[in-house]
Design a protein. Structure first.
Length: 374
């Protein structure tokens, strides 16, 4: 009886203090992702895997349940413990990222996953990103008597190992996402735009050299050439099918279960989810999803505006920027603004690592936006 009373008081206190608007919006986005997983993967399970039509749906449901547990855990921590645990978890997740080139599973020329007993096809970078945001923000907002440029250097030094390991996989999309998030954080913290542009030029020059002159990145170079010259090569197959699906869906879509993209393009339920949704439910549904993301961003930025703690402001800004950038890259790939990157849509795409990663981000956001208890 005693333990049940403690649990009741704990969760009552948690529910009373969190921002319910943000929490319910997160739950709604996860629920939409579960629904779209059902309609986009049932035929794949039955036709290609010769198994239960709801195989992927139940896996997605299990990951969301685990994600909600993770979300509640991180949102219920004290702010001090959140920062302390995040530093430890940053280095632990970085260790798993180091293991990828050694023990990772290679799929279609990229080695980005670890096969763990408790989490098969685990992608460590999805877990690294939320804790990297906290780690960088704590460096930039440190109250120790450090030169401001030394803080910028230390924050850059903290993401260089991540970027190097990502390029080894190779995963240029995630590398650019990590660097873009860092640029956003240092800009918000007050670094001169000219200095940022200088850093950007150096980093882009290094990436340009590696992509075009290092043989390991040959497939990325081919994708880029195919992107700018659609008649050259076969790397545009997925993008072309995605555009065709969006066009054929029109404004209101073909209807639930009537889309064909999910059966014609590999991993459509992860990398091309926007196209799958647009084909069956129409562009109007995509506009509705964009509105939900914009409302989510607006709600968090309202909290940032009234926040006085620099640590909290930077972490919240970095977390929401990470979600924005990833969603924009996913959307850009689907409408052929960017070459194919394999980037999931936060909250909605199928994938255990992606769901856990965005659940950690959501838990951090809920933690730092909850009502302060005196």
């Amino acid at each position: 009886m005693y333990y049940s009373d403690v649990i009741y008081r704990f969760y009552y206190g948690w529910w009373k203090n969190i921002d319910k608007k943000i929490f319910l919006l997160i739950i709604f986005l996860f629920s939409l992702g579960l629904f779209f997983s059902l309609v986009s993967t049932s035929l794949i399970a039955s036709d290609k895997l010769d198994t239960n039509n709801y195989f992927f749906f139940f896996k997605h449901l299990a990951y969301i349940c685990l994600g909600l547990f993770v979300l509640i855990f991180f949102s219920s921590l004290s702010q001090k413990n959140l920062f302390k645990f995040s530093i430890y978890l940053f280095f632990i997740s970085l260790f798993f990222l180091i293991l990828v080139p050694i023990l990772g599973t290679e799929v279609k020329g990229s080695k980005r996953w670890l096969d763990l007993i408790f989490l098969p096809r685990f992608q460590p970078i999805e877990i690294v990103k939320p804790f990297a945001i906290i780690f960088i923000s704590l460096i930039l907002s440190s109250e120790k008597n450090l030169n401001i440029y030394l803080k910028y250097f230390l924050s850059l030094f903290s993401i260089l190992p991540i970027s190097f390991l990502l390029m080894m996989q190779p995963d240029i999309g995630q590398t650019l996402l990590v660097f873009s998030s860092w640029f956003a954080l240092v800009f918000i913290s007050g670094l001169s735009l000219l200095v940022i542009l200088g850093f950007s030029s150096i980093i882009l020059s290094v990436l340009f050299y590696m992509v075009f002159f290092v043989s390991k990145f040959e497939y990325i170079k081919n994708r880029i050439f195919s992107f700018f010259n659609p008649n050259n090569g076969t790397h545009n197959f997925q993008s072309e099918k995605a555009i065709d699906a969006i066009s054929s869906g029109g404004f209101f879509g073909k209807g639930i279960g009537e889309g064909t993209l999910k059966n014609r393009v590999p991993e459509a339920h992860t990398d091309y989810l926007v196209s799958v949704i647009s084909e069956e439910f129409g562009v109007v549904t995509i506009l509705f999803l964009l509105f939900l993301f914009l409302f989510f961003i607006y709600t968090v930025f309202k909290k940032i505006y009234i926040e006085t703690d620099e640590n909290v402001k930077l972490i919240l800004a970095g977390s929401i920027i990470l979600i924005i950038l990833q969603a924009l890259i996913h959307l850009g790939v689907n409408i052929r603004l960017f070459p194919t990157t394999g980037m999931t849509l936060p909250f909605l795409s199928y994938g255990g690592s992606s769901i856990i990663g965005v659940s950690i981000l959501s838990g951090i956001i809920l933690n730092l936006t909850k009502r302060k208890v005196n």
